[in-house]
Design a protein around this ligand. Structure first.
Ligand code: DP6
Length: 325
């Protein structure tokens, strides 16, 4: 029996991943940039044993079956092929954030699983290979492997599509204030959504103009220019949601309170409070701001009708092994 445990944070995308060139390998149509979310994490223990007949998977102590187990098992198949071993595994995973709070848990989940499973089976993978491996489980998980502010280089094949650190967490003290609007699971998951991106007449325009937004975002991070970051982050979120809303079938992730916040935040900015919004494939609104403005942003979000709770996260580190429990 060989075991390993690892921890990884979810991340919030500043420049979004939406649509693949290769769905099986999760080679994205465009590069993306994100910040890891400290304080929120997934902790995963993997145990391989030649005597196990099947893979098993528990999430927050609840045994998983069906699609959840299948996705983990398929990911373990990739790890087994790399290692040339056919051992089955026991996977135990726990999130410290509310399950179903609409926080993208697949990024943290597959980043932690990639680190724990590869170590437990005896592979010695560097950060680049871990990121490419995590990508096979969930595209955005590639970005939860390196620390801090991260860019996923889209690449052309399995080995050159991986993420790198643009700047370490301490480079910029941004805070993500997450306005949680719904605690139920989203209707259309990201994996299904990526398949629909190409059916929107706007996707080609989004992809064609993405290089310029990536450049603006990189520069804003490097020079800690919040206004420059705010304009490109809001534009990129709106573009992705325009693609979602014009795909076939159309995907509408926003709730009325999402729009309230999207209208309020630029007004706050104009009146001197540095803050900007971005939304992933769900109604929750991530409001980014410098740390010294987080308390004000949080209290303003908390009184908006429809906001159930506000979680806050600073820039987080990369995925890493942890000591055995
Ligand atoms: C809207 O990484 O969740 O959050 O590869 O199918 O697991 P899969 O998709 P996923 O897609 C993330 C989509 C997004 C934008 C982003 O995080 O870049």
């Amino acid at each position: 029996m060989t075991t390993a445990t690892a921890l990884a944070h979810p991340n919030i995308a500043f420049i979004k991943y939406w649509g693949n060139r290769d769905d099986a390998l999760r080679i994205p149509q465009n590069g993306s940039i994100s910040m890891n979310l400290a304080g929120l994490h997934t902790h995963t223990r993997v145990c391989f044993d030649p005597s196990y007949a099947v893979d098993s998977f528990t999430l927050n102590n609840l045994p998983q079956t069906g699609a959840g187990l299948e996705r983990v098992s398929q990911f373990l198949d990739i790890v087994r092929t790399l290692a040339g071993k056919n051992w089955k595994a026991q996977v135990e995973s726990a999130n410290n954030f509310p399950t179903g709070a609409g926080i993208a848990s697949s990024a943290a989940a597959f980043a932690a699983l990639a680190v724990a499973a590869s170590q437990a089976i005896g592979l010695d993978l560097d950060e680049r290979r871990l990121s490419a491996l995590a990508r096979r489980g969930s595209g955005s998980a590639s970005r939860s492997i390196p620390a801090g502010y991260v860019e996923w280089l889209p690449g052309n094949n399995d080995s050159d599509s991986y993420a790198v650190t643009l700047a370490p967490p301490a480079h910029w003290d941004l805070v993500d204030c997450i306005a949680v609007l719904k605690e139920t699971h989203k209707l259309t998951g990201s994996s299904e959504g990526h398949l629909l991106a190409g059916s929107s007449p706007l996707q080609q325009a989004r992809i064609g103009s993405c290089g310029e937004r990536l450049q603006r975002c990189r520069r804003a991070i490097i020079s800690r220019d919040f206004d420059a970051l705010a304009s490109v982050v809001e534009l990129d979120s709106n573009l992705m949601h325009a693609v979602m809303m014009t795909s076939n079938p159309a995907l509408f992730y926003w709730e009325p309170a999402s729009i309230e916040i999207m209208k309020a935040v630029p007004e706050w900015r104009q009146s001197g409070l540095p803050a900007c919004y971005t939304l992933d494939a769900g109604p929750n609104v991530h409001v980014l701001c410098p740390a010294d403005h987080a308390a004000v942003v949080r209290s303003r979000l908390e009184i908006i009708p429809g906001v159930l709770q506000v979680l806050t996260a600073t820039a987080g580190g990369g995925a890493h092994l942890t000591a055995e429990d």
